[in-house]
Design a binder for this molecule. Structure first.
Ligand SMILES: C[S@@+](CC[C@H](N)C(=O)[O-])C[C@H]1O[C@@H](n2cnc3c(N)ncnc32)[C@H](O)[C@@H]1O
Length: 201
């Protein structure tokens, strides 16, 4: 499998901090709580730097499609109790999680794959468990639109990013049977952290 993130993995975190300061990190840790009671599933976690501070409380699974990113995550989170997996997440209904973290990864899926993916991960969520999403939403100003378009071009060139827009997360999660229970917005709503639970729970 080709590693589309191998080129940018060494400076991914540096670049995102350069452009967004601490905003992305703030969103990725805003809803982290009571980790010692939870088994966490992290999909597309990148280099794992954001979770380093509380890694000793992290237990669960870490899935990455990029070998370069996974190598970095294993180093950055060496003190965690996570198990690390290379490839596409495959659900095993016997293996249930208390929380699933999906940060800046769902926009790599075309719409029809996103719907399938949300239904797939729903199978491994315990009742009342949460999906924790941090991601880009629609840009709210011309400056944001310019930065966003430039980022998309960058990712299309270096990571074969497929989309030219952001998914409609409200619609996709709603269709998959989730309801939003909390949200934090930054930059007038361009970037957000959200918590979703299964509507049936
Ligand atoms: C834009 S980066 C975000 C990394 C990290 N979550 C962050 O917030 O900095 C997207 C990451 O998701 C990974 N990825 C994309 N699709 C994936 C999938 N289906 N399963 C696991 N990882 C995936 C990529 O390899 C890449 O490291």
């Amino acid at each position: 499998m080709k590693d589309f993130y191998s080129f940018i993995a060494p400076f991914y975190s540096f670049l995102s901090k350069l452009v967004f300061g601490n905003d992305l990190n703030d969103l990725k840790i805003r809803f982290v709580s009571n980790l010692y009671q939870k088994k966490i599933l992290i999909i597309g976690g990148g280099d794992g730097l954001d979770y380093r501070e509380f890694q000793s409380d992290l237990e669960g699974e870490y899935w990455e499609l990029s070998e370069a990113m996974l190598r970095k995550a294993k180093k950055n989170l060496a003190q965690s109790k996570l198990t690390f997996h290379l490839g596409d997440f495959r659900s095993n209904p016997k293996n249930q999680f208390d929380e699933i973290w999906l940060h800046f990864v769902l926009d790599t899926f075309p719409d029809f794959e996103l719907e399938q993916f949300l239904l797939e991960i729903k199978k491994v969520l315990k009742p009342h468990s949460k999906i924790y999403l941090a991601d880009f939403f629609k840009p709210q100003s011309n400056v944001q639109r310019t930065i966003h378009s430039s980022m998309l071009v960058f990712f299309r060139v270096f990571t074969q990013h497929q989309r030219t827009d952001v998914p409609d997360y409200e619609e996709a999660f709603g269709k998959a049977g989730f309801q939003k229970v909390d949200e934090m917005k930054k930059r007038k709503g361009w970037i957000r952290a959200q918590l979703w639970v299964s509507a049936a729970s």
